[in-house]
Ligand binder design. Structure first.
Ligand SMILES: [Zn+2]
Length: 76
């Protein structure tokens, strides 16, 4: 029989890797970062004949630190 309760003693290696804030470039722990999606720098309106609803826009995932997220009203 295994006791499943001692897992909390182990260090969560790799689980809380720091992420880089896309606004200020600071390294913040991931639990303290807010996930944001950057808009692609392509303006589809500048491309003629493109149906915006049919084009899949890859959105870059990024993280913002709390102060930047507050500043940019990403969090309430
Ligand atoms: Zn920041």
């Amino acid at each position: 029989m295994r006791m499943g309760k001692k897992w909390g003693l182990y260090k969560a290696g790799g689980r809380s890797q720091p992420v880089t804030c896309i606004y200020c470039g600071r390294l913040v722990p991931r639990i303290k970062a807010i996930e944001v999606r950057r808009r692609p720098p392509i303006d589809l309106r500048s491309i003629p004949g493109v149906d915006r609803r049919r084009v899949f826009l890859p959105r870059e995932k990024g993280y913002a630190c709390i102060s930047c997220a507050k500043h940019r009203r990403l969090i309430k």
